[in-house]
Unconditional design. Sequence first.
Length: 273
Amino acid sequence: MLLKIIKMIEDEMLSNVLSKNYNNEIIKYPHLFNYITLILSNHIISSKKIKKIVNYRLHTIKNNDNILNNNQSLINYIKSFYIKFNFYDIDYFKNNYNFTNNDIYYIYENTLIYSRIPIYNNINEFRNLKALIMYNDRDLSDNDVKNLINLEQLVLPKNRLLTDKSIKNLNKLKVLELDANKNITNTSLINKIDLRILKLVHNKKINDDGFINLKKLKYLNLGYNNNRKLNLKFLKHNDLQTLILYKKKNISEDIISLMSAIEIKYTNFLDLY
């Protein structure tokens, strides 16, 4: 039974783990639920799932659950998780579990957002934020993110507003995905020594000068960048696993040889296979 539960956790099938099929086992052996949540606490899980866990404790194993007998213990328990918040749940956790801006580390927002919403004005106050991932944002500006100096992941594929003014300050970034952005220059990249993933599909301002200090790249998508100073010599100093480049011309033979050795590549202007 325990192995089945662990397997479900690994597959992130929390809804099944908390289904009626396992109620009797967890009520009979409450330490199993603690073991489940211990494993989950080592992974980034959604605020929606955290609410399910708390609700489950409240309604299924309440009589056997010491955590629920003390409000502060419950708050500490919830804060032990790595929670990825949607915008709606941030206020919920603030109002119900005493979360502050400093307790917000991960924001994953998938809903359609057609214009600025009030919480945009507060994002810059989440000073411990490590991940800001918003697949449909078009309205975040430099002033909304310029102080997020602990940010490690910035994924805003539809945003076209950000410039060097904000991005140059975010030197802890490991993931930078600004597919539609055409504004940022080498200034935004040059000091990002921990960068692993870079996606700038429509930007044509970036060239080799921006990669001088980058040695850890694993994924690179420069899309339609055909900047004449983009010679790709920095490939010699990075162990790339994926390269996507659509229109680049005049590539030297030694660089073509390096590109051929990359495991996954999409370069329809060259036959590298």
